[in-house]
Design a protein around this ligand. Structure first.
Ligand code: HEC
Ligand code: HEC
Length: 202
């Protein structure tokens, strides 16, 4: 709880600089991207564990997430702290422009993950766990987790971020992840960690 005021101040400061820059901007998308880069990295390739990479992400998916932040339906603690304030400043046109921009950037390369854990995760990703009714993740997210349309790219994303999201789908805090609920409820935390480790390595 103690860190809340500091985060609020940071978001406030970023929001202010966003408004000021946006007014001067020849290209408002470029200005916005500059602000996003503070957390999401240059061209959306994040080297902060906390913030997901946006580079190479599906356009439709990014639009959906920014809209869900703005209407406050995606509501985990970190989203409230980091993304609610800034998304409130974005109109539909800017959201679409940002989604186009990030979809065109080359994705972040994968990062090493513990081999044994990743092997367990790979089996779940490619084949699912039929006995528990868990479908192959690849059937929606693509063979190499490259994503498409409403299905996000997962390849190369930080394992900690993925793991947090997988747990969030079990709760009402990501209501648009309806397709993910059944999958995540049937898997153990250890299995979620394994699949997150595999995805980080792609
Ligand atoms: C102060 C840091 C910060 C800034 C600035 C910021 N973000 Fe974020 N963003 C985050 C964090 C942290 C998360 C992950 C929250 C979580 O754990 O659920 C996130 C999540 C996201 C997601 C969800 C990604 C996914 O895979 O579901 C999108 C999209 C996003 N941000 C876009 C943007 C855009 C576009 C901007 C600039 C207009 C921006 N962010 C500015 C910190 C930031
Ligand atoms: C039936 C299709 C389907 C299957 C099967 C599926 N997913 Fe998803 N997944 C989705 C959709 C759709 C979303 C986007 C939800 C949203 O818009 O919030 C998603 C979102 C995610 C996210 C959030 C990404 C982010 O950037 O925040 C993760 C992580 C994820 N899926 C992992 C998995 C894993 C691991 C499996 C296998 C155990 C799996 N998915 C199986 C459809 C599917």
């Amino acid at each position: 709880m103690k860190k809340t005021p500091r985060i609020a101040t940071l978001v406030g400061a970023i929001a202010l600089s966003f408004t000021v820059h946006a007014q001067e901007a020849a290209d408002p998308i470029e200005r916005a991207v500059h602000v996003c880069a503070a957390c999401h990295g240059d061209e959306g390739r994040s080297n902060k564990v906390m913030a997901p990479s946006l580079a190479g992400q599906s356009r439709d998916y990014t639009i959906r997430q920014l809209s869900d932040f703005r209407n406050q339906s995606r509501a985990e603690t970190d989203v409230q702290a980091y993304m609610w304030g800034i998304s409130a400043l974005l109109d539909d046109k800017t959201i679409a422009g940002l989604a186009d921009y990030y979809a065109q950037q080359s994705p972040a390369p994968g990062r090493a993950a513990p081999a044994r854990l990743a092997a367990v995760g790979r089996a779940i990703f490619e084949r699912g766990i039929p006995a528990k009714g868990v479908r192959a993740c690849a059937s929606c997210h693509g063979d190499r987790a490259e994503g498409q349309a409403a299905f996000p790219r997962l390849a190369g994303q930080h394992a900690d971020y993925l793991y947090r999201q997988l747990r969030a789908f079990r709760t009402p805090l990501r209501p648009h992840g309806i397709l993910m609920k059944k999958e995540t409820l049937a898997l153990t935390d250890a299995q979620l960690r394994a699949v997150a480790a595999y995805l980080q390595s792609l």
